[in-house]
Ligand binder design. Structure first.
Ligand SMILES: Cc1ncc(COP(=O)(O)O)c(C=O)c1O
Length: 491
């Protein structure tokens, strides 16, 4: 069973003043602070040339939400100067907030000094430095190599390739199958959508995805775990679905399992207690590599460097991006354990004429600006004790979020680290109408959140203070109440 799209779907169309519009816009129109004349004005500056990703282009350009002009600290600012509190760290990525001076300076200096250097048979010193610093975040776990990519999607595809090549290097040529998980998001490469478990992200491309992929069940169950605080106590047995899938295909055909330690894009789903360790044990028993996709959970989001350290479960490969450079320059990375690089390197050097270990890389792997930004980012995380701040704020955020229990249509509240989610009951046939309505109202009130299906997700910058968390949750509270009173039902 797969679930709804990353950004949600069209929720239907209704008539207003003789025009037909998308129902999720009703929220904006119904919001008291919205000027109907302004909403109806021609959107000349939002032309059709820019094809927006994961967006209903028609809706956005017809009724553009005011766009951001600049950002600083935990705030975005609109063109008219209105501050919008960034309740989602951009897109789960600006962990240290916006415009950190040290990161800005590093990028500016590097751009003037060395704007580009290829990483194929040439280099500069920054990827070496950055790789070393990154590995310091994972002490004592045998991680030893970093492969730089351009983003999370390319990190995922790279990790899948490394897994294939690792087994091949060991002579296990039949180990080619990947196991993903329902409700998993692993970016948009063909590898990522194949192992991902979000139906609309796969549907249009389903005619030609990776052929040998299966999925285990997701861990979300409202009857068993609604309103859990942190990790649900129920559900570690769901890891055993991996045994079932491995048995179905035979371990000799399986290369790797990829999961997000906390599913982010499908609504903040913390792992049941003990679940990740059980997955780890099953993988070890069957010589199947375990990939943790830490594109969201990396770099302090859970109050620790990675989910790997927070949960004390060590995968074979980690994919990361986003907070890697505080999102200031696009970049991703795959972090691998020493046996993996060693096996691949030794196999390559056993074959005459095969000096290149891994026929893979990007023009922008190890890009100087990304490396400079990344090194400065890790320094900022350390100097400002940002991971620690997230850990300190976690209980406060948890208490605030769970105070929303009992509000109209709220069916679940989830949290871990500085990730939070409020799930509302979907309207039959219009799964994102209510959550979008709440999102729109919160934006009008000055807080930027995120909608994933019928869930409103939060992932505030890790540099925020209690007062910012108060503002996010108070605004969400008002928006939920207002939506219940004023939202016009789609039909
Ligand atoms: C867990 C996970 N993996 C991969 C990706 C893809 O990252 P990118 O958008 O940088 O390609 C994302 C993006 O949200 C993600 O959350």
């Amino acid at each position: 069973m797969m679930i709804g799209s990353k950004l949600g779907r069209h929720c239907g169309r209704v008539g207003i003043r003789g025009r037909t519009i998308n129902c999720s816009l009703l929220s904006t129109i119904a919001a008291p602070s919205t000027d109907l004349a302004a909403v109806s004005a021609p959107a000349s500056s939002y032309n059709d040339k820019y094809w927006m990703p994961f967006t209903d282009n028609h809706k956005f350009k017809g009724f553009p939400r005011k766009v951001f002009e600049r950002a600083s600290g935990v705030y975005y600012y609109l063109e008219d100067g209105t501050p919008i509190l960034d309740g989602i760290s951009g897109l789960w990525c600006c962990n240290a907030g916006h415009g950190q001076p040290k990161i800005v300076q590093a990028i500016q200096t590097q751009a003037a000094k060395l704007d580009f250097a290829a990483s194929f048979n040439s280099s500069h010193k920054l990827p070496y430095l950055f790789a070393e610093k990154l590995l310091e975040l994972l002490p004592g776990r045998d991680f030893s190599q970093v492969f730089f990519t351009m983003c999370g999607s390319t990190a995922v595809d790279t990790a899948l390739k490394i897994a294939l090549q690792y087994h091949r290097a060991n002579g296990d040529h039949s180990k080619v199958r990947f196991i993903g998980r329902e409700r998993g998001y692993h970016g948009v490469g063909f590898g990522g959508i194949s192992v991902g478990g979000i139906m609309p992200n796969r549907k249009a491309f389903s005619g030609n995805m990776l052929p040998f992929v299966d999925h285990i069940v997701h861990t979300h169950s409202l009857p068993h775990m609604a309103y859990s605080k942190g990790q649900p106590a129920w559900g570690d047995h769901l890891a055993d679905d991996l045994e079932r899938v491995i048995a179905r295909h035979d371990a000799s055909t399986i290369a790797a399992v990829i999961i997000e330690p906390v599913a982010g894009s499908t609504g903040v789903l913390p792992p049941p207690e003990g679940y990740l360790q059980r997955i780890r044990d099953i993988c070890s028993r069957h010589n199947v590599l375990l990939i943790f996709d830490e594109v969201i959970t990396g770099f302090g989001r859970l109050g620790a460097s990675f989910a790997t350290t927070r949960f004390d479960v060590t995968p074979d490969l980690i994919t990361c991006a986003k907070g890697l450079t505080n999102a200031s320059v696009p970049a991703g990375a795959v972090i691998t354990r020493s046996n993996i690089f060693k096996a691949i390197q030794e196999a390559a050097h056993r074959s005459p004429g095969m000096q290149i270990e891994f026929y893979h890389g990007y023009t922008y792997s190890g890009h100087p600006l990304a490396m400079a930004a990344g090194i400065a980012t890790l320094e900022v995380y350390q100097e400002q004790a940002i991971f620690e701040n997230a850990a300190v704020l976690e209980p406060y955020f948890e208490q605030l979020l769970h105070s929303l229990k009992g509000l109209p249509h709220v069916v679940d509240i989830r949290n871990i680290g500085l990730m939070g989610a409020v799930e509302v009951a979907p309207i039959a046939g219009f799964p994102v109408a209510r959550s979008m309505d709440i999102f729109d109202r919160a934006f009008e009130k000055g807080v930027f959140l995120r909608v994933t299906g019928s869930t409103i997700a939060m992932s505030p910058p890790l540099v925020c203070e209690r007062k910012h968390l108060d503002q996010i949750v108070d605004t969400l509270r008002q928006s939920i109440i207002e939506s219940a009173q004023l939202m016009q039902m789609p039909h």
